[in-house]
Design a protein around this ligand. Structure first.
Ligand code: G3H
Ligand code: 13P
Ligand code: ZN
Length: 311
C-alpha cells in the first residue's frame, strides 16, 4: 500500500470517536516495533520524523525504512514531519516523499504564525501533502508562572476560526496543558488538562481535526525497570491514560507519542546490558528494546486510542 495523507484517517477517527497514534521514529528498530504492532492490530498509523531525527538518521534512510514498513504491513501509513521549524524544512520533506508536514510557527505572534503557515499550506497542497499547524504554546506550566501568563500559553479558542480559515491548514495542534518529555507535572500535584478549552475549540470549528502533542503517559513500569537497572528517572510523570481516552473520543484525531517509546526502548536496552555486562552484540539488546516498543504501541492502540481494526 502506498503512503497516505491523514485526510481520510482523520475523518473516520473524528466520526468514530477514536484517535490515530503519531509515533516518532529515529531508527530501524523503532520503525519495526511500531509498525508490527499496528500491522497486527490492523490500525491506521502516522509515523513522524522530527528535525532531530532527520539530523540523526538522515532523511533518505528514514523514508526508505518507512517504505520497507509499507511493504511488510498492509495498513494505511502517513509519513509526517514533526515540528517543522520553517518553510525550507517543510519543503524538503514535501519534495522528499512525506505525505504530511507540521509547520510549527507557534513561537511567533498570531499574524506571523498565519503568514508562515499559509506559505507552507500553499506549497504542500499544490503537491498533495497535508499540513498541521500549532496555535498556543506547548510548555510545562511551572509554579513560578503566574496565572495570567499560564493562561496566555493555552490556545485561545477565540483565535482558532480565524487561524484555520486564513491559513487553510488541515489540522491544528493546541495547547491545553500537555508538554513534551518525561517530566510533565510536578510530583505530588494532580495532573490536569484544560478540557474546557478543547470543548470550546471543537464548538467553534466543528468537524475539524485537533492534534494533541506531548501525550506520553510515561509508563511507570518502564520507569521502574530503568531505575532498577542503573538509570535515574525519578519524578518522571506523564499524562494519565484516562485523559487521553477522553481526548481520543473527542475532536482529537492525532495523539503524539515519543517519550513513551524512548522509555520502552531504553528500559529494554538497560535491562540487558546491566544484567549481562559481557553482552556486546547490538542485536541482543536492541531486540529487547524493539519488543518493548511494539508492546507499548499495541497497548496505546488497543487500550487508549481505540484505532485497532480501523485500517
Ligand atoms: O516533540 C518532540 C519530539 O519528541 C521529537 O523530539 O526533537 O528530540 O527528535 P526530538
Ligand atoms: P511526548 O514527549 O509526550 O512523547 O510528546 C511527543 C510529541 O509531541 C512529538 O511531537
Ligand atoms: Zn510535539
Amino acid at each position: 500500500m502506498p503512503l497516505v495523507t491523514t485526510t481520510e484517517m482523520f475523518k473516520k477517527a473524528y466520526d468514530g470517536g477514536y484517535a490515530i497514534g503519531a509515533f516518532n521514529v529515529n531508527n530501524m528498530e523503532i520503525v519495526q516495533g511500531i509498525t508490527e504492532a499496528a500491522g497486527e492490530l490492523n490500525s491506521p498509523l502516522i509515523l513522524q520524523v522530527s528535525k532531530g531525527a532527520r539530523k540523526y538518521a538522515n532523511h533518505t534512510y528514514l523514508v526508505k525504512l518507512v517504505e520497507a514498513a509499507l511493504i511488510e504491513n498492509n495498513i494505511p501509513i502517513a509519513l509526517h514531519l514533526d515540528h517543522g521549524p520553517d518553510f525550507e524544512t517543510c519543503k524538503a520533506c514535501i519534495d522528499g516523499g512525506f505525505s504530511s508536514v507540521m509547520i510549527d510557527a507557534s513561537k511567533y505572534d498570531f499574524n506571523k504564525n498565519i503568514e508562515i503557515t499559509k506559505k507552507v499550506v500553499e506549497y504542500a497542497h499544490a503537491h498533495g501533502v497535508v499540513v498541521e499547524a500549532e496555535l498556543g504554546k506547548l510548555a510545562g506550566v511551572e509554579d513560578d508562572v503566574n496565572v495570567k501568563d499560564a493562561d496566555a500559553m493555552y490556545t485561545q479558542p477565540d483565535e482558532v476560526e480565524e487561524f484555520v480559515s486564513r491559513t487553510g491548514v488541515d489540522s491544528l495542534a493546541i495547547a491545553i496543558g500537555t508538554s513534551h518529555g518525561a517530566f510533565k507535572f510536578k510530583p505530588g500535584t494532580d495532573p490536569q488538562l484544560r478540557f474546557d478549552i478543547l470543548d470550546e475549540i471543537s464548538r467553534r470549528i466543528p468537524g475539524f481535526p485537533i492534534v494533541l502533542h506531548g501525550a506520553s503517559s510515561v509508563s511507570q513500569e518502564y520507569v521502574k525497570i530503568i531505575q532498577a537497572n542503573g538509570g535515574n528517572l525519578k519524578d518522571a510523570i506523564g499524562v494519565p491514560e484516562e485523559m487521553l481516552r477522553k481526548a481520543a473520543r473527542s475532536s482529537v484525531c492525532k495523539v503524539n507519542i515519543d517519550s513513551d517509546l524512548r522509555l520502552a526502548m531504553t528500559a529494554g536496552v538497560r535491562e540487558v546490558l546491566y544484567n549481562n555486562p559481557g553482552a556486546f552484540d547490538p542485536r541482543e539488546y536492541l531486540k529487547v528494546g524493539r519488543a518493548n516498543v511494539k508492546s507499548i504501541v499495541a497497548h496505546k492502540i488497543k487500550n487508549v486510542l481505540g484505532s485497532d481494526g480501523k485500517a
